[in-house]
Design a protein around this ligand. Structure first.
Ligand SMILES: *[C@@H]1O[C@H](CO)[C@@H](O)[C@H](O)[C@H]1NC(C)=O
Ligand SMILES: *[C@@H]1O[C@H](CO)[C@@H](O)[C@H](O)[C@H]1NC(C)=O
Ligand SMILES: *[C@@H]1O[C@H](CO)[C@@H](O)[C@H](O)[C@H]1NC(C)=O
Ligand SMILES: *[C@@H]1O[C@H](CO)[C@@H](O)[C@H](O)[C@H]1NC(C)=O
Ligand SMILES: *[C@@H]1O[C@H](CO)[C@@H](O)[C@H](O)[C@H]1NC(C)=O
Ligand SMILES: [Zn+2]
Length: 952
């Protein structure tokens, strides 16, 4: 989001528990990290066929974009949120605001955004120049386009400035959008926080404003709040006074005027939070959270890493941090992962708060990368801002790339930069290989309505954006990339851009240094930005021929629209021959020839070293065989990232029919000698699909037997290394220890299940002492709850209520979805629509976790179908990620019957709509169709292969 951010990493956990009767039940649990992008601002129904983007009339108030007649200069906004309900039980805020704007083009209409605000009389208009202001004729609200329209009796004069003053009342609802409230309990007392989430289009819910990113202005903010509470905003506090207003004792906090900035980056927060701080060369860095959390030291990690990351970006951008302070605050209710509000970054608790004893290594990584992401935006996004939301991919893709660089600075031992390949490149390949994908760049006119704007906050924008920018930085060299970046930031500070402005500055850096590129930056990047998808490069090591084609997971599908570039790309190919690095080959046409790629005996070719390129690679059979052999016999001769790549490419090439599925399966044979995380994770991700497709079939047994054999050496490796009491040194080793445990347990290795269930029992016997290592908790909880019944589940529920640590809550919440008793799962599903039990922000991911469980799959699907209207109406206004919900509950679909149900669901609810999930419905139908075909074509060969692997 702005949304901050978002990391939407999905870690699939496949867990099987062998019960006393040796009856295996499989649980697939997806720990779904909340996505930054999960905002849905629009409750209005949309149909699945893309809704007409043309407004019903040509009147300006029926258009989704502001007319370019007025330009805001500064605002003066005073807001007073009530943290106690009024006699009707309603939480409200009141406000007054004036905006000074310049008239750019003569007009008799003032159109300003205002959504769900009750504007009171009088609205006044004052001229600041010599000519008097025209009188107001009428004021009309347009709820659909979210405008207040002030019709004037005369015209505003071009070049003159005016001041418009309004007073208003809004609801401080718990809808996670605009000015909203979050609630929590502390020491038995209910506490209310007033906070904001403006991006992309909800500043207009807090006060009337020209709510477009290019309408930058200076904001003078004042907050009225109960005495003893803390008020925060983008700027530093310049005045505090005790006042009495309407008979209430209040504090009035005035903030320094902001820099020139966009409305979507504003933030106002009133709470009784506390903070810790650090002054870094005059820059004040503070971490705010609930008092209990701060007092327990949970803000310390964030505070420790912020300074170094900040310094890193100052150097990287060669621009000092533009503000005098940096506040970061953890909120109990927050829809996205985090939001980069300028100077006051908001987070969900799990994205900022870390407890040494309780939080896992993965929690820590999430925190440091999200902080780096949001800090990166303070310059790229906030100081220099995209002109319109169609270019969001540049903003989010950039931050999603450099978050790894910033995090690497804070945790240099982690090799965290490598993980972009798993977390972003591989992840988005899966989506971008569908015919229903879309290009990074959209046309301005195609992104107009709030729900269309919401829809661009997707994996393509974040992860493909990050992947292609990483490729660009790699082929330009990081040195040139930062040179261009620095002049871009300097040139456009406090202003707005379109994405090609960055290309211009990178090209200037190229030209200045005489760096050799086969095409211009723009020519190369156009092909990656303007057309969807990516190529598969096929290398024939017998002839030296190389060729590219658009990689489609289902080759029988075709993209709806032709591409002006014919689905061809300019591809930088970094490659090695038997481990020896070769000069980068640029593939500039469909076919080319590289004689050096021919191989002799014992040689092999490996391309896309470290997956810096956004493409897949296929080879002739001979080279595949040699790579398989090298993996087995000299594993280290292939870089670890490429060991993960070979697996991921092979599985996907097989899925698309380029190679045999059994060849893909054979890329997992070397795992018996592999201890590194990335190859394991890549294999498990890919095998996860086999589990989804086959865990309800006779293939399940042989598949389990194979994976169980493969994981044994890894389990032994970690037993020797840690005896399951020590924590491995390396960051990714810690991850792979978790993999070893979960796969060993899920395939029924008794050494594992005994260990894990024993730990959980121990905890149940003394709930005050949790003996389970922080890193291993997700797996242990899930395994024990799956093996157990009501008692284990209720214990987990009790601990869920009791813990004060958000990351721990998340682990328990995900693990409760691992239950194997349908009634427990149904009860849990019903909890998700009761925000007293499961916070609204967590509803989607809880339902998805339940759907990931083979037992819960059909229950969750029934539940979503039965409650769609309720979910859509109750949660539509900002808190539900419909697209991940729909994808989550349908991902196992692989039969014609399920396809029919899905189509029925779409048709039955056409009148209600799917909001931000509209595209996801289409994708789910496409995915189900592909699954049906894949199962049909592959089941027999896969079964035979797994059976042939059984040890006699
Ligand atoms: C903002 O408005 C208040 C009254 O609402 C006024 O006292 C104050 O001077 C104004 N500040 C600016 C910077 O215009
Ligand atoms: C406001 O009143 C509180 C007591 O209610 C006092 O502690 C505080 O110092 C006062 N602040 C100012 C700015 O006068
Ligand atoms: C590939 O990545 C590894 C690990 O990050 C790194 O050590 C190596 O230098 C990289 N290789 C190339 C050719 O960039
Ligand atoms: C399981 O535990 C037994 C006894 O401690 C040990 O001999 C065996 O090697 C273990 N198996 C694995 C796969 O770790
Ligand atoms: C490993 O841990 C177990 C307890 O979990 C203990 O009984 C055993 O002695 C330990 N083994 C070694 C080699 O430390
Ligand atoms: Zn972001």
């Amino acid at each position: 989001m702005g949304k901050g951010f978002v990391i939407s990493k999905a870690v699939g956990i496949v867990l099987v528990v062998v019960g006393a009767a040796a009856v295996a039940t499989i649980i697939a649990l997806s720990v779904v990290y909340s996505q930054e992008k999960s905002k849905n601002n629009e409750v209005k129904p949309t149909t699945t066929t893309s809704a007409p983007t043309t407004a019903p009339s040509n009147e300006p108030w029926d258009q989704w974009r502001l007319p370019q007649t007025l330009s805001p200069q500064s605002y003066n906004v005073t807001l007073w949120p009530r943290l106690q309900p009024d006699p009707n039980g309603l939480y409200i805020f009141t406000g007054k605001s004036s905006v000074i704007f310049k008239c750019v083009k003569e007009t008799d209409l003032i159109l300003i955004h205002s959504n769900k605000l009750n504007i009171s009389d009088p609205v006044t208009l004052t001229a600041l120049g010599s000519k008097p202001a025209p009188h107001i004729d009428s004021i009309k609200m347009y709820p659909k386009t979210q405008y207040m329209a002030i019709h004037l009796k005369g015209k505003l004069t071009a070049e003159e400035s005016y001041e418009l003053y309004t007073e208003f009342v809004g609801e401080l609802a718990d809808d996670l959008g605009g000015f909203y409230r979050s609630e929590y309990e502390e020491n038995g007392n209910k506490k209310v926080v007033a906070t904001t989430q403006m991006q992309p289009t909800d500043a207009r819910k807090a006060f009337p404003c020209f709510d477009e990113p290019a309408m930058k202005a200076v904001f003078h903010i004042t907050l009225l709040h109960d005495r003893g509470t803390v008020a925060l905003s983008n700027g530093i506090v310049i005045g505090e006074a005790n006042i009495t207003e309407e008979g209430t004792l209040l504090t009035k906090t005035t903030f320094a005027p902001t820099e020139v900035m966009s409305t979507y980056l504003l933030a106002f927060i009133v709470s009784d939070f506390t903070y810790i701080e650090q002054i870094d060369e005059k820059l004040q860095i503070r971490i705010f959270a609930r008092q209990e959390a701060i007092n327990a030291g949970q803000g310390q990690y964030a505070l420790t890493v912020t300074g170094p990351i900040m310094k890193f970006f100052e150097k990287y951008y060669n621009v000092p941090y533009p503000l005098p302070k940096s506040d970061q605050i953890a909120l109990p209710d927050f829809n996205a992962g985090a939001m980069e509000n300028w100077g006051l970054i908001t987070y969900r608790e799990t994205a900022l708060l870390y407890d040494d004893e309780i939080s896992s290594n993965g929690n820590k990584e999430r925190i440091v990368t999200i902080i780096a992401h949001e800090l990166a935006h303070q310059w790229f996004g906030n100081l220099v801002t995209i002109r319109w939301w169609n270019d969001l991919w540049l903003n989010e893709g950039f931050a999603s790339y450099v978050e790894y660089l910033g995090a690497d600075e804070a945790e240099p031992e982690w090799n965290i930069k490598d993980l972009i390949v798993l977390n972003d490149v591989h992840r988005v390949f899966a989506i971008d290989a569908l015919a229903s994908s879309h290009p990074l760049s959209s046309k301005e006119e195609d992104v107009q309505r709030p729900e269309q704007i919401s829809e661009v906050f997707d994996t393509i924008s974040y992860s493909k954006g990050a992947s292609v920018l990483r490729m660009l930085s790699d082929f330009l060299t990081e040195d040139l990339f930062t040179q261009g970046l620095q002049t871009y930031l300097d040139h456009f500070k406090f202003d707005n851009t379109v994405y090609t402005d960055l290309w211009v500055h990178l090209q200037a850096a190229v030209d200045k240094t005489g760096y050799s590129l086969p095409k211009t930056v723009q020519e190369i990047m156009d092909r990656w930005v303007l057309q969807m998808g990516f190529p598969v490069v096929t290398i024939n090591t017998a002839t030296g021929a190389i060729t590219q084609e658009h990689f489609l997971l289902d080759p029988t599908t075709k993209p709806e629209k032709p591409s002006e570039f014919n689905y061809e790309w300019f591809v930088p190919i970094k490659w090695t021959k038997t481990g020896t690095e070769k000069p980068t080959k640029w593939l500039l046409q469909k076919n080319d020839q590289v004689d050096d790629m021919k191989i002799n005996a014992n040689e092999w070719v490996l391309a896309n070293i470290n997956v810096t390129g956004y493409y897949r690679v296929n080879y002739d059979n001979e080279n595949w065989e040699r790579l398989l052999n090298a993996l087995q016999t000299s594993t280290q001769s292939i870089p670890v990232i490429n060991r993960a790549q070979i697996i991921d490419d092979a599985f996907n090439l097989a899925k698309a029919g380029h190679i045999a599925t059994t060849l893909a399966l054979r890329t997992t044979l070397f795992l018996s000698v592999e201890t590194e995380y990335m190859p394991w994770e890549s294999a498990l991700d890919n095998l996860d699909y086999f589990y989804l497709m086959f865990d309800r079939t006779e293939l399940y047994g042989p598949m389990q037997a194979y994976l169980g054999e493969q994981v044994k050496p890894l389990f032994r490796h970690f037993t020797d290394l840690t005896n399951w009491t020590d924590v491995p040194q390396g960051h990714t080793d810690q991850y792979n220890q978790i993999n070893a445990l979960r796969v060993a347990c899920s395939t029924g290795l008794e050494n594992c299940t005994n260990l894990v269930n024993g730990w959980f029992k121990q905890w149940m016997q003394n709930e005050d002492v949790n003996p389970i290592k922080a890193n291993l908790r997700s797996v242990v909880y899930c395994s024990a709850i799956a093996a157990g019944g009501e008692e284990e589940w209720d214990f987990a529920w009790k601990m869920f209520g009791k813990t004060n640590v958000a990351t721990e809550k998340d682990k328990l919440r995900a693990a409760m979805a691992c239950a194997t008793k349908p009634w427990l799962l149904n009860r849990y599903l019903s909890y998700t629509l009761n925000s007293m039990l499961i916070r609204k922000q967590d509803a989607t991911s809880t339902i998805i976790s339940i759907a990931s469980n083979v037992v819960g799959q059909s229950l969750a699907w029934d539940f979503v179908r039965a409650n769609w209207e309720f979910i859509f109406n109750q949660y539509g206004g900002g808190s539900f990620s419909f697209s991940s919900l729909i994808n989550g509950v349908t991902k196992r679909f692989s039969t014609p019957f399920e396809l029919q149900q899905l189509i029925q669901f779409r048709d039955d609810n056409a009148n209600i709509g799917f909001g931000s999930g509209t595209l996801a419905i289409q994708q789910s139908i496409e995915r189900t169709t592909a699954n049906i075909k894949w199962v049909d074509e592959n089941k027999k060969a896969v079964l035979e292969w797994f059976e042939s692997q059984r040890k006699p």
